[in-house]
Design a protein around this ligand. Structure first.
Ligand SMILES: Cc1cc2nc3c(=O)[nH]c(=O)nc-3n(C[C@H](O)[C@H](O)[C@H](O)COP(=O)(O)OP(=O)(O)OC[C@H]3O[C@@H](n4cnc5c(N)ncnc54)[C@H](O)[C@@H]3O)c2cc1C
Length: 409
């Protein structure tokens, strides 16, 4: 016999679970809600951890999803520092780290992602950091206060954003070491990636492409980064941003089917292979009606919006997740970009890379699959329409600024 029962069990104290709780209430749900998260903090937004919070301009209160009193005011029971250890999908019983057993009517799994750790010699020296949670950002900021030189391993968002934040706000001399030839290349292609790299270099950040981390050295903490290409960089600290993997430990234990990307396989309604159990956020590999294929996306906005879609379905109101995924990133106050996708293809540039005012439309097989903009947010509304309509596009007209994007399809 379980210790108690709830209508809605939300597993994971991150953005997707938090926004699901919010929409369960906003859509008039009156059932009991239990949100269980293993971190010490109530749900918060992670993007500032590599930006404003890391720079020192934002506090913990600033990054919280909702103020502390919101949870009780909305009759949502929030358990922090608590993990769901086991999920019996058939009997609908969850076992918590407190040993309490909870039965549920519907459940949401939103357990997020874990950082990918690099196993190299010297990888456990002091002064080596990964970034996922508030405590990691605090530790990086403290280390930056006593450091002159940092090496960022990885040329994707985390590496680039942290390099910009440490340079701009903490006056730390930064170098980026990465496998790619240019920063952010794997997401946006070489031309647009090179634009971001130029911005970083113009602010004094050294970028070393085509370099694989071989080992880290030091006696009283990390002092040297050595690559397999023979590059040796002195440093006082290292931040590794080598991507994440979806945290599907609980989903696996519960016997939920996984998809090709390693996420929890879900329908367009975000329902897992077990009826009544949903997934959202970084772990959710859903059948996207927009893309016509299963996708899994690790973006703030996707976790946010999927929380809502899951809530509607948990309330018995069938809703497909048909939002075009959106992403944003800032390099200190040097550059801000926004992206809709995900997609690939030839980058058709509208505007000027030299002036830092452009949109890159990614065109594959004649169709717009994604778009990235610096300074032209309005273009993304057109891009979303192109992605949704999936018709052939005239590339010359797309690049020609005298063509009204509203007239294209
Ligand atoms: C530093 C940083 C900067 C980012 N910047 C951007 C950005 O600029 N733009 C953007 O679009 N995206 C950004 N992201 C990505 C975005 O924050 C994530 O996509 C989003 O947080 C995913 O939300 P989630 O709810 O799926 O998972 P998470 O936010 O990871 O939350 C999952 C939570 O579940 C908990 N948990 C796991 N297993 C259990 C269990 N068994 N029991 C209880 N709790 C459990 C975890 O501890 C975690 O707290 C950034 C991420 C990071 C780390």
């Amino acid at each position: 016999m379980a210790d108690r029962s709830v209508d809605h069990l939300l597993v994971g104290g991150g953005l997707a679970a938090a926004n699901c709780a919010r929409w369960l209430r906003d859509e008039g749900g009156e059932g009991s809600i239990l949100l269980v998260g293993r971190e010490p903090h109530p749900p918060y937004n992670r993007p500032p951890l590599s930006k404003g919070y890391l720079q020192g301009g934002e506090s913990v209160e600033d990054v919280l999803f909702r103020p502390d009193e919101w949870w009780a005011d909305n009759d949502v029971e929030l358990l922090t520092r608590t993990s769901v250890m086991k999920l019996d999908a058939e009997r609908r019983v969850a076992t918590l780290s407190t040993e309490e057993e909870v039965t549920f009517e519907t459940a949401l799994l939103a357990t997020g992602a874990n950082v990918r750790r690099l196993r190299v010699d010297g990888g456990d020296l002091d002064g080596i950091h990964y970034l996922r949670a508030i405590g990691n950002s605090d530790a990086i900021r403290e280390e930056a206060e006593r450091s002159e030189r940092a090496v960022l391993v990885g040329g994707s968002y985390i590496g680039c954003e942290v390099a910009a934040s440490l340079t701009a706000a903490h006056d730390v001399k930064c170098s980026i070491v990465m496998l790619e030839d240019v920063t952010l290349e794997s997401h946006f292609g070489p031309e647009v990636g090179a634009w971001f790299q130029r911005v970083l270099e113009q602010h004094g950040i050294e970028v070393h492409g085509g370099q694989e981390l071989a080992r880290l050295e030091g006696t009283d903490g990390v002092r040297k980064v050595i690559t397999s290409g023979g590059l040796e960089l002195d440093c006082d600290m290292v931040v590794i941003g080598a991507g994440v993997t979806p945290d599907v430990m609980l989903a696996k234990q519960a016997g939920l089917q996984l998809g090709e990307s390693g996420g929890v396989k879900c329908s367009a309604r975000l329902e897992s292979s077990v009826p009544g159990i949903y997934a959202a956020g970084d772990i959710c590999e859903y059948d996207s009606p927009v893309h016509g294929r299963p996708i899994r996306v690790e973006h703030w906005d996707v976790a946010f919006n999927q929380g809502r879609t899951a809530a509607l379905n948990m309330l018995g109101r069938p809703a497909e997740h048909d939002v075009v995924p959106y992403f944003f990133s800032d390099l200190a106050d040097w550059a801000s970009m926004e992206y809709v996708g995900p997609g690939a293809g030839e980058a058709v540039i509208r505007g000027s890379l030299d002036d830092g005012d452009f949109t890159a439309f990614y065109v594959d097989d004649g169709r717009v699959t994604a778009a990235l903009t610096v300074g032209r947010s309005d273009d993304l509304e057109h891009a979303k329409r192109f992605i949704n309509e999936s018709g052939e596009i005239d590339k010359n007209a797309l690049a020609d600024e005298s063509t009204d994007l509203g007239s294209l399809r």
